[in-house]
Design a protein around this ligand. Structure first.
Ligand code: NAD
Ligand code: DAU
Length: 354
C-alpha cells in the first residue's frame, strides 16, 4: 500500500481518486482536515476498503511513526501543505509550521521507518515530495522557462516555506540516503479546487453576479496544468524517477491571468448565459496587486518528458472547459465549501483591497 498525506485537499484527493480508479493498491490517507481539506472530495470512496482515512498532522511524529510501522507502505507521497500565497501573506505562521516543521517531522518518521526495513522492501521504498515551481521565483518576459537547475529564489512566505521543505528532503537523501523524489509543478486547475484560487473563484463569482477581481494589471503569467495530468506525472515519477532527482512538471500553457479570466467568461457565456444577456467579462474589476507578486512562471518539462516519457493528456482548452462544466454540475459541493469561514476569508483578502 501507499501513504498519501494531504489527500483530502485539491490535488491529493484527485490523486487518490485516480490511483484507486487505476489499481487496487490500498491508500492510507493522512490529512489534518484544515479549511482546505474536505472529505466530500472523497465521497465516492465511502465504504471502499482500499481507502483508509486518518485525520492527523504530518507534524505529529507520535502518530505518523506507528502508522508507518502498522501499515508498512511501500511509498509515501507528501501533498500536505498550506498552499495559498495570499493566506501566507496575511498569516505566514501556519506555512512555517506545516510546510517546514511538519515536513521535518514527517521526514524523521519516514527515516526511522525506512531504517527498520530490510532487503527489497528497503530498496524499493520511496518518499515523493510534491512541490511547486514558485520556489524558482519570477521570470522576466524573455527568460527561458524554469529548468531543474535554476536556482531557488522564492518571493512569498508560501514559496519560501516550500523551498525550505524541498531543501530538507534533498538533505535527507544526501545525508541519510533516504530514497526521495521531488516534483515541482506549475499551477493546477480542475475538479475540487478550493475557490480561494483564481480559476474556481472566478467561476463562482461570475455565477453569483459578483466582481471578478484581477490583481494589478492582470498581465502576470502562469503555466496551467490540468490536475489529472499532474497526478499522472507523480505516478510516473514514483514508478521510474531516479532517486534524489527533482522533476519539473508543467503543461506548456503559459497564459496571462486576464486571458484566463476572459476564457472562463466566454465558456460561461456559452454554457450558462447571464439572465440579462450581457457578457460575464463585464464583471471584471481591477484591484490592488498582491505584494511581491511574481510576474511570470514557465516550466521546462523536458526532463520528465525525455527521461520518463510523461506528457499531459489535456490542452488548456479541453481542460478548462471540463473544469467549468464540473463546477456547474457540482453545485452541492460548491455550497458546502462556501460557508462562513470561506466568506470571512473573502472579507479579509478582498475587503482591504480597493
Ligand atoms: P490544498 O490546500 O488544496 O490541500 C492541502 C491539504 O493538506 C488539505 O487537505 C489540508 O487539510 C492538508 N494539510 C494541511 N496541513 C496538514 C498537516 N499538517 N498534516 C496533514 N495534512 C495537512 O493544496 P493543493 O493545491 O492540493 O496542493 C497540494 C500540494 O501540491 C502542496 O504541497 C502544494 O504546495 C503543491 N502544489 C500545488 C499546486 C497548485 O496549483 N495547487 C501546484 C504545484 C504544487
Ligand atoms: O505555481 C504553482 C502554484 O500555483 C502553487 O504552488 C500554489 O499552491 C497555487 O495556489 C498556485 O499559486 P498562485 O498564486 O499562482 O495561484 P492563485 O490561483 O492564487 O493565483 C493565480 C494568479 O491569479 C496569480 O498571478 C494571482 C492572480 N489572482 C489570484 C486571485 C485569487 C488574481 O488576479 N485575483 C485573485 O482574486
Amino acid at each position: 500500500m501507499i501513504l498519501v498525506t494531504g489527500g483530502a485537499g485539491f490535488i491529493g484527493s484527485n490523486f487518490v481518486l485516480d490511483w484507486l480508479a487505476q489499481c487496487d493498491e490500498p491508500v492510507i490517507n493522512l490529512d489534518a482536515l484544515t479549511y482546505a481539506g474536505n472529505l466530500e472530495n472523497l465521497a465516492s470512496l465511502r465504504g471502499d476498503s482500499r481507502h483508509i482515512f486518518i485525520q492527523g498532522s504530518i507534524g505529529d511524529f507520535d502518530l505518523v511513526s506507528p502508522l508507518l510501522v502498522e501499515h508498512k507502505p511501500r511509498a509515501v507521497i507528501n501533498f500536505a501543505a498550506e498552499s495559498h500565497v495570499d493566506r501566507s501573506i496575511h498569516g505566514p505562521e501556519d506555512f512555517i509550521q506545516t510546510n517546514i516543521v511538519g515536513t521535518f517531522h514527517l521526514l524523521e518518521a519516514v527515516r526511522a521507518y525506512w531504517g527498520s526495513l530490510e532487503g527489497e522492501g528497503k530498496a524499493n521504498f520511496r518518499l515523493l515530495h510534491v512541490s511547486t515551481d514558485e520556489v524558482y521565483g519570477s521570470l522576466g518576459k524573455d527568460d527561458p522557462a524554469f529548468a531543474e537547475t535554476n536556482r531557488y529564489e522564492p518571493n512569498s512566505p508560501y514559496s519560501a516555506s516550500k523551498a525550505a521543505s524541498d531543501h530538507l528532503v534533498r538533505a535527507y537523501h544526501h545525508t541519510y540516503g533516504l530514497p526521495v523524489l521531488t516534483t515541482n509543478c506549475s499551477n493546477n486547475y480542475g475538479p475540487y479546487h478550493f475557490p480561494e484560487k483564481l480559476i474556481p473563484l472566478v467561476i463562482l463569482n461570475a455565477l453569483a453576479g459578483k466582481p471578478l477581481p484581477i490583481y494589478g494589471d492582470g498581465q502576470q503569467i502562469r503555466d496551467w496544468l490540468y490536475v489529472k495530468d499532474h497526478c499522472s506525472a507523480i505516478r510516473r515519477v514514483l514508478e521510474a524517477g531516479r532517486l534524489g532527482e527533482t522533476y519539473n512538471v508543467g503543461g506548456w500553457n503559459e497564459k496571462p491571468n486576464l486571458d484566463v479570466v476572459h476564457t472562463l467568461c466566454a465558456i460561461l457565456d456559452d454554457l450558462r448565459p447571464r439572465a440579462d444577456g450581457k457578457p460575464y467579462r463585464d464583471q471584471i474589476t481591477y484591484v490592488t496587486d498582491r505584494p511581491g507578486h511574481d510576474r511570470r512562471y514557465a516550466i521546462d518539462a523536458g526532463k520528465i518528458e525525455g527521461e520518463l516519457g510523461w506528457k499531459p493528456a489535456e490542452t488548456f482548452e479541453t481542460g478548462i472547459r471540463k473544469t467549468v462544466r464540473w463546477y456547474l454540475d457540482n453545485q452541492d459541493w460548491v455550497g458546502n465549501v462556501t460557508s462562513g469561514a470561506y466568506r470571512q476569508w473573502l472579507d479579509t483578502n478582498y475587503g482591504a483591497r480597493p
